[in-house]
Design a protein around this ligand. Sequence first.
Ligand code: SF4
Ligand code: SF4
Ligand code: ZN
Length: 131
Amino acid sequence: MRREAIAPCGMNCALCAVYQREKKNCPGCRADGAGKPGHCRNCAIKSCAMERTEGGRCEACPDFPCERVKRLDRRYQKQYNVSLLENLRTVQTEGMDAFLQKEGARWTCYACGERLCVHENTCPSCGRERK
Ligand code: SF4
Ligand code: SF4
Ligand SMILES: [Zn+2]
């Protein structure tokens, strides 16, 4: 897991289906590339964090967590059972290295050892159910 893959909103882009796909993949929120979808290219949270914080991190913002970030978090919790706010709070309290270590353990398939995806209920490599 790489710190560059952690978006200002708390999304771990390394776990995104668009990042993981083989062709025309997205290089992540913090990079630019042809595969990056329009909604991530024009993200209000990223622009705001880049303007308001050093290094573009919502958890470092005095208004964290603002309504915009909470709204995105609610959507991710509902659709994918992942809390972006919880990610950022872990970074805030335990530091980025500890968070990346936890993410590595959490998102490794128990059956084949490959990387899981937040947008899929099954492992992209072996097809087993995500636990
Ligand atoms: S599509 Fe968006 S969420 Fe997915 S890797 Fe790219 S920037 Fe991150
Ligand atoms: S106000 Fe703060 S927490 Fe909200 S999007 Fe902007 S930088 Fe992130
Ligand atoms: Zn697997």
